[in-house]
Design a protein around this ligand. Structure first.
Ligand code: ADP
Ligand code: MG
Length: 254
């Protein structure tokens, strides 16, 4: 994928791939192009060059809602919720792209949803992320960590095949981070492909078999989190990263 904003080459022929059940870490310094890459995959941004393939189909020309319906979901780095609505309503919005799905082509895997099946999916998801007790609360009244999980619930309520998590652990407490880690593992076990953007490299080391590193829009590394820490280009690009990884991942340190 390549993506340019005026004079700025935000992504320059960046390649990555993630399979069903895999959690790929995507790391790189601020401004590397990580969030841009996510927006290109969801279709909010159009790439200028390259290809994006999902389930063996070229999805470049699909509008964002069609990609959502096909099974791609994301969370935002900065939580984007309807603050005045309830937790339940915000999570139900994650199914909006699926409400009017027609049983043809891309959409054939989704059936049109009844209000009963929406309620079932939303309540099940809220339980899953630990928000069952606050379904009726106005989002604005929730503490930061819980709002973060509302954002995640909205992304996973549609049972996506590809989940793009843009720095989901930022600002979470230790307990919340563990809850997030468990959720990511569960989703992977169920076959969901995930791209995890995360500065907390201890978490990346635990959840991801592979990481892709980008810097200033360029792909510089794909390999294990452990190999990343000794890659000279990665270390140069991401000062202090090797310390962060080895500081947390016990098995990486032997
Ligand atoms: P990261 O998520 O890795 O921190 P981003 O993808 O947010 O990086 O940004 C990559 C580069 O693209 C940055 O220099 C940023 O300022 C620029 N950028 C991101 N979005 C836009 C946009 N909509 N218009 C112009 N420049 C943008
Ligand atoms: Mg970002």
């Amino acid at each position: 994928m390549s993506k340019r904003f005026g004079g700025l080459q935000a992504l320059s022929e960046v390649s990555l791939s993630v399979s069903s059940g895999e959690v790929l870490g995507l790391i790189g310094p601020n401004g590397a192009g990580k969030s841009t890459l996510v927006s290109c995959i969801t279709g909010v941004l159009r790439i200028d060059g390259g290809t994006i393939r999902f389930k063996d189909c070229d999805i470049q020309r699909l509008m964002p809602h069609r990609r959502a319906r096909a099974g791609i979901a994301r969370t935002f780095q900065k939580v984007r919720l309807a603050d005045q609505l309830t937790v339940y309503e915000n999570v139900a919005a994650g199914l909006a792209s699926h409400w009017f799905a027609r049983a043809s082509g891309w959409t054939s895997v989704f059936r049109p949803l009844s209000s009963a099946s929406i309620a079932q999916a939303v309540n099940r998801t809220l339980e899953r992320v630990g928000l069952g007790d606050v379904a009726g609360r106005i989002v604005k009244s929730l503490p930061f960590g819980q709002r973060h999980f509302v954002e995640i619930a909205r992304a996973i309520v549609s049972e996506p095949n590809l989940l793009l998590l843009d720095e989901p652990a930022t600002g979470l407490t230790e307990r919340e981070r563990e809850r997030l880690a468990t959720l990511v593992k569960d989703l992977a076990e169920q076959g969901c492909a995930q791209i995890l953007i995360e500065h907390d490299l201890e978490l990346v080391g635990r959840l991801c078999n592979h990481v892709t590193v980008i810097n200033q829009g360029h792909h510089i590394f794909t390999g294990t989190p452990q190999a990343a820490q000794s890659d000279p280009e990665v270390v140069r690009a991401y000062l202090g990263m090797n310390q962060l990884i080895s500081g947390g991942a016990d098995d990486a340190c032997g």
